[in-house]
Design a protein around this ligand. Structure first.
Ligand SMILES: N[C@H](CCC[C@H](N)C(=O)O)C(=O)O
Length: 287
């Protein structure tokens, strides 16, 4: 029988980012990519967050984060807020610590029912992104698409927030066909682990508008780690300060790149949509 068959799940969203939450803390289960894709075909999601038994003392759960195509991500800010909301309700705690492939992520309650996740420090060296070749300055790397003398997009900033991001500065985020450009850039050979691709428009020193093509998933209404990466990239080039609001198609996220410890804090909403159970027959072709 499929590992996920018959398991209960929650469908939620974080600022519009579509999240499925599966709680497997009672046992340690292997989840084949084919089963992740089988779920995505029935309950469309951007990420599936799988809670597994805590491994490190002091943590509340370990988490695996799957994209629609079955690939894994080290970080998902919006999904982490969703699982925090589920565990806040279950445990009555105000602070939680999750272990992901990218490290330990603390989550806390914020004002107005919002939730804050500490996404840790950004990684900014070329081999930490990772890029396929050395660049001394990741604030703007040499990369462009379109005609050589009239590029459609060029010179992105690159940031690793537990996952790889490229941010292209544009005058108007709505002026591009991101569903066509996104896959070309996601799979560009400069990104050996692929990348999440963002178009960012600076509104003012405290406000960015963002559209994201997510690695392994595609166009999304919101991507938390991309919002963090955009503010880091903006602050590094003095486009904004270290704290800014990021407006995504699905809602607003508040990002604060804390001076004291270099950590990036992301605050935003979560929403419960429905609960369900993965039907065994969904996985028949996935075996
Ligand atoms: N939506 C997520 C990020 C997903 C990133 C994933 N697409 C990858 O890096 O493979 C967020 O809120 O941070």
């Amino acid at each position: 029988m499929a590992a996920l068959a018959d398991r209960p799940f929650f469908k939620m969203n974080g600022a519009g980012n579509a999240i499925v939450v599966v709680d497997l803390r009672a046992e340690r289960v292997q989840i084949p990519a084919s089963e992740v894709r089988a779920v995505a075909a029935r309950v469309p999601f951007d990420q599936m967050m799988v809670l597994l038994p805590a491994r490190t003392p002091g943590t509340d759960a370990s988490v695996r984060i799957f994209n629609q195509d079955g690939s894994e991500s080290g970080a998902c800010g919006n999904g982490t807020r969703c699982i925090a909301d589920v565990l806040f309700a279950e445990t009555g705690k105000d602070a939680l610590l999750f272990e992901t492939r990218a490290g330990l992520l603390p989550a806390t309650r914020a004002e107005g029912g919002l939730i804050t996740v500490d996404m840790g420090p950004p990684r900014l060296k070329w081999d930490e992104i990772p890029l396929a070749e050395p660049f001394a300055d990741t604030r703007a790397i040499e990369l462009q698409i379109g005609p050589i003398d009239a590029p459609i997009l060029h010179s992105p900033a690159v940031v690793n927030m537990g996952n790889p991001h490229a941010i292209f500065w544009v005058e108007d985020v709505a002026a591009y066909d991101l569903s066509r450009i996104g896959p070309l850039l996601e799979n560009h050979p400069i990104f050996p682990e692929r990348a999440n691709i963002s178009l960012a428009q600076v509104i003012d020193r405290g406000h960015i508008r963002l559209r994201v093509w997510e690695r392994g998933t595609g166009l999304t209404l919101a991507c938390g780690s991309a919002a963090c990466a955009a503010v880091v990239a903006a602050a590094r080039t003095r486009r904004t300060g270290r704290a800014a609001t990021v407006t995504l198609p699905g809602g607003d996220l508040h990002i604060d790149w804390r001076e004291r410890d270099d950590h990036v804090l992301m605050t935003g909403p979560v929403e419960h949509e429905f609960a369900g159970r993965f039907e065994p027959h969904w996985f028949e072709a996935a075996a």
